[in-house]
Write a new protein. Sequence first.
Length: 438
Amino acid sequence: MLSVVALAAASVGDRCAALSAQSSPTLEIVSAESEAGTCRVTGFAYPLPGARVGFELRLPESGWTGRYVQLGTGGFAGTLFPETIAVEAQRGNAAAMTDSGHQGDRMSAAWAAGNPQAVRDYGFTSIKATSDAAYRLIRAYYGRPARWRYFVGCSNGGRQALTAAQSYPDDWDGILAGSPANPWTEQLYRFASLQHALAGLGAQSLIPKLPAIQQAALASCAPGTVRKGVATDPRLCSFRPETAGLAPSEITAVRTIIDAGYEPTSAAQPDGWARWILGAGAGQIAFAEQAFRYLLQDSPRWTLADFDAASARQAAQRWSGTLDVAPDFRRFRAKGGKIISYFGWADSLIAPRLALDFFHRAQPAPDYYRLFMIPGMGHCQGGVGPVDFGQSADAPARSPDPRYDVRAALVAWVEHGQPPDSLTAVGKDDQAALKPVR
């Protein structure tokens, strides 16, 4: 005879397996199995002809918070991260992620060649297809819908988060948009333009001089705005490349980088200019080449040597309506939605100045949209000084206190009407108060 515990476990497993019956012409359930205290569901949604959107959903078997959290993915997408989804479910939330309508390496855009539907899926369709599938499965599993719905992502995932708020405002209550890669076509154009210019200037010679550039930039900051070697607000610095002991072509290269939106006050930081901007293997080169070979235009042999500003701008604008988020969230605000965004001042991939420009053009109001600029933080996380405030998708909630955990801050704002007037970032042996941009 089965014990009561065994019967309970069997009923949980049966309830999960029963989700396979939710398959339909627009929803394919590949697997539905009990795993590590969750019901793990994998499948594909078919929202439009030619669209095939992969997803994974985790449903806590007990202790569900009533929340649904959809997680964004980075780069050119194509990959699911089961561990990250599982961590979110460990918080008690139903959690899902999509491959954005294709499968492949996040640094490859080859999937987009000759496939405009795949580009539309990557841009926005997959967000809605995944959330609709998740809502259906949540209701079937728990017998009731999610009470609160959140989108959480960084980089391309941050772009997806803003897309969710703008394109599907009725589907979401709270948005956490980290280092959003937006406007994405503009950023991809800037990668190509900047890298083409730097190649002509022989800018690799700057790499050993980055510490001197950073030191000179920090020395130009207003008194009291540098804390433990980190500029608290690089807008209060007035760096002139001529002060860093550079050759004329190097001065031009540094000015070009700054004009593209990057901060010299963090030029020498780990995961900084040397990785993303300078050198033959710079990360921006990879993004630019993939974008102009497959995503923005069909030119599989394109290289930086082929860059032409006018034609590249035209190619980028062709897809701006699909891949970019316009600075207009009036519908989301009207339904009571809340947005928290954050961005590292030391980000050397997505330009911090571009993020600030978008924020101000969105005419944000503190009743629904707040942006935190993080001194010393690189792309999404990591950096120098206090840069941890609960933003990592792979980290369990470190504190229920919304002052220290931006996810908890979003929940407090959405569910309890407590806006985040400040956050506290922590480091190895330090912490710092963060205030929203005004």
